[in-house]
Design a protein around this ligand. Sequence first.
Ligand SMILES: Nc1ncnc2c1ncn2[C@@H]1O[C@H](COP(=O)(O)OP(=O)(O)OP(=O)(O)O)[C@@H](O)[C@H]1O
Length: 291
Amino acid sequence: MKNQLKVENISFNYLNKKILLDINFEYEDRGVIGLLGPNGSGKTTLMRILVGLKTPKTGQVLLNNKSILDNRKELVNMVGYLPQNFEIYNYISGLDFLSYVCDIKGLNNKEKKEQIDYLVEKFNLSSVIKKRFGSYSGGYKRRLGIAQAMIGNPQFIIIDEPTVGLDPEQRFEFRQYLAGIGKESIILISTHIVEDISFYCDKIIILNQGKITFDGYRDDLIEIVDGKIYEGIINIEEYDKVKENFRIIEQSGSERGKVKLRVICEDNNISDRFTKVKPSLENAYVYFQAR
Ligand SMILES: Nc1ncnc2c1ncn2[C@@H]1O[C@H](COP(=O)(O)OP(=O)(O)OP(=O)(O)O)[C@@H](O)[C@H]1O
């Protein structure tokens, strides 16, 4: 059976401040959804609503047509969640913690052992699993975090900022893990890092000031921006003037008093020293953030 995540008319306020405004989207089957947006746009709030930790002011979240708020007990096994700052008590070992999560998810002893053995191997945790969590490096903490999110083979996995705090090698490894898991479940990740998206996201949702400003596929995002991005090399003295008239979205190092820029121009009204270029995913993302 195909899995389905449906988010309907979600709004959320902190006191009188509107944080999320009428959020709607749906996704079926499996794959990775990238939730993008600047700081404070509401990504974490939305993710906490998706896993049932916050109650929205309006709307509902349906996992395979069942409301997460009305069926928490039943759905706990269907959902894995890795929060942005995954911390547990320092004196607990990784093993004890995984065992505790297995208990919460109602696994019997045999299932518990199988799951833990599998996850410890999958996430290369064997050298630290019996040690205190407090002695783990940031990379091992993230690995334990994703391992606990996967207990019970959930159909829906929600991960807030998956690669934050990891070094480049760990990031690469982690991206590979996620791309692999995305072949089996629906994963929603929030990130600021465009490389994360280009590596494994099938669908992209951009959130800005609590509203969805884009919901679609990577190529669609680039296509919308296509024709609006120009590149040119200018003298450094001209920089302020260009900045006054256009939004600069990329800049490469200056050489002998010159600088290469990419700018947004929607109406073709730009000096012929700038030529239209195919936007990168990063250009497209910055364009949407600026809207
Ligand atoms: N407990 C709270 N009380 C009041 N306002 C809050 C609270 N938590 C978050 N906010 C506000 O809600 C808005 C959305 O915050 P949220 O953490 O969901 O954004 P985010 O997109 O995840 O940001 P970041 O990328 O920085 O993690 C922000 O304006 C934030 O200041």
